[in-house]
Write a protein that binds this ligand. Structure first.
Ligand code: HEC
Length: 199
């Protein structure tokens, strides 16, 4: 019994030693253009999903999150703050997204497992995801109500045609939410970009 325990202990310590030596050696390529080994990717995904699942208790989507006014507000903020990474309907990639790892999911596509979980989307938008490029928008001062508008818009986004997307933009108030961003008279123009391939 003690021998077996000793064996396990030695194996664990040796394993940690090898992992530490590999980490310290510099052999791990941290470049965003060098994909993780599939097993590493799977472990990171497991850690992410388990972590999020534990944190969803008590997040109750507002009953009116799909209301037209909220969806319009969310549409304008999506275009200003999210589309560069998560794409618009009809877009296949963007300059920013092409080089990101992990790649931001194309949110205009239908989620693989059916409808997205609104509480999960809310949590991710508010808190972001470490070392992935996904910002914690709650830190920028976005209120929960503004985040729910984005979630409401995300419910509508999959399957929206490029034309329907553009007309929702036209009806929206553009980049508009409470928060600590620096607003200037021409803050709409701050998001323009002269060679965005998606337009
Ligand atoms: C700089 C790029 C970037 C921007 C800007 C960005 N995101 Fe993300 N987002 C990511 C990345 C990368 C992931 C995936 C992270 C991962 O797989 O671990 C992600 C994941 C998500 C997810 C989870 C998707 C899923 O089903 O797993 C949601 C929802 C999301 N983002 C919403 C938003 C919203 C809404 C905005 C705008 C307010 C936004 N993101 C802005 C990079 C970005």
């Amino acid at each position: 019994m003690t021998k077996a325990l000793l064996g396990i202990l030695v194996t664990v310590i040796a394993g940690l030693g090898i992992a530490g030596a590999i980490a310290y050696s510099g052999l791990v390529d941290v470049g965003a253009d060098a994909p993780h080994a599939p097993v590493v990717f799977d472990v990171i995904e497991m850690v992410r999903e388990r972590s999020i699942a534990r944190r969803l208790d008590g997040i109750v989507p507002p009953a009116d999150r799909d209301a037209a006014a909220r969806v319009r507000l969310g549409a304008g903020n999506y275009e200003a703050m999210c589309a560069g990474c998560h794409l618009r309907p009809g877009e296949r990639d963007s300059e920013l997204r092409a080089g990101l790892y992990p790649k931001p999911p194309a949110l205009a596509m239908k989620p693989k497992n059916g409808k997205a979980n609104p509480a999960r989307a809310f949590w991710i938008i508010k808190h972001g995801l470490k070392a992935s490029g996904m910002p914690a928008w709650g830190k920028g001062g976005m209120r929960d109500a503004d985040i729910w508008s984005l979630v409401g818009f995300l419910d509508r986004l999959p399957g929206l045609s490029p034309e329907a997307y553009r007309s929702l933009q036209a009806e929206s108030m553009g980049h508009s939410h409470a928060g600590s961003e620096v607003r200037t008279a021409d803050h709409h123009d701050n998001h323009e970009h002269s060679h965005d391939p998606g337009r």
